[in-house]
Design a protein around this ligand. Structure first.
Ligand SMILES: Cc1cc2nc3c(=O)[nH]c(=O)nc-3n(C[C@H](O)[C@H](O)[C@H](O)COP(=O)(O)O)c2cc1C
Length: 253
């Protein structure tokens, strides 16, 4: 089976990896281009809010206060500010504690949030595969990097990988699977875990190796990889959010 051969080849791959300057590489991982904006962010928040929030959260400046609203919806009663702050405060994490596995109860909270994502016509087209077995986790990481071609762990050391598939017989399978991933990322943040959507699930699980893994998990070829989730405990503070585009929202009033 390819998995055994893969294990044998692993040593060779490791020495190839050693040839890469890992220090330089991990610095790249921690601050990919989209997260190198701390200065911009500072300037932006100075202008917008009079200063960057110390706790990496975003002020809910758009939320109505009690006085501003006529319909008596205030921050104190009907609005779940904590839930909104959770959505605003989640970031993509690119450095994980490799030694600290995600505990079962937190994992289940994340999975439950995924299961309860909306799906078109309630068809529940996605499947969620949780990988905590280190050998399988490393194997998926290498398969992903074979597509990516950067010679690094695309999962940034996260000890848990969750792969979301969806049934391509359902026309909305991509949207359904994407919402599952979105829910899980937000839930991860809510329970104190870091996460990051990692691309290339489609390509990885269309390879022979990928198909073998899918067969092992009981997934037919009608299932397509929508996305992977790196999940684990964050090392460091995580990145700051990028300023939003000025014309992100269009109102037609
Ligand atoms: C469809 C999709 C694919 C992504 N793929 C990757 C990926 O392969 N590697 C990665 O480090 N981040 C990936 N991300 C994370 C984005 O880079 C990240 O969401 C974006 O930079 C905004 O940062 P934030 O999530 O912290 O707000 C992906 C996000 C999405 C939605």
């Amino acid at each position: 089976m390819w998995f055994k051969k893969w294990k044998e080849k692993r040593k060779a791959r490791k020495s190839k990896r050693a040839a890469i300057n890992m220090n330089e590489t991990s610095r790249d991982i921690q601050s990919p281009p989209e997260t190198r904006y701390t200065e911009d962010y500072k300037e932006y928040t100075e202008k917008q809010y009079g200063g960057a929030p110390a706790d990496n959260s975003i002020p809910l400046r758009e939320m109505p206060s009690g006085e501003e609203t006529k319909n008596e919806v205030t921050m104190d009663n009907n609005i779940n500010v904590a839930a909104l702050q959770n959505l605003l405060g989640r970031r993509s994490i690119r450095k994980y504690d490799t030694e600290r596995q995600v505990p079962k109860e937190l994992l289940h909270a994340v999975l439950l949030a995924g299961q309860y994502a909306p799906t078109a016509m309630g068809k529940q087209s996605p499947k969620i595969v949780v990988v905590q077995n280190k050998e399988v986790r490393d194997c998926i990481s290498e398969m992903n990097d074979e597509v990516w071609g950067r010679g690094i762990d695309p999962f940034y050391g996260a000890p848990t990988i969750i792969v979301v598939f969806a049934d391509s017989n359902i026309p909305t399978y991509v949207q359904d699977g994407s919402l599952v991933l979105g829910n899980m990322m937000n839930a991860a943040h809510a329970v104190g875990l870091g996460s990051c959507w990692i691309n290339r699930a489609r390509e990885v699980f269309q390879t022979e190796k990928g198909k073998e893994l899918m067969a092992k998990w009981g997934l037919g070829e009608n299932y397509i990889g929508i996305g992977n989730l790196a999940l684990g405990y964050t090392v460091g503070d995580g990145p700051k959010p990028a300023p939003r585009k000025e014309d992100y929202i269009v109102f037609d009033e």
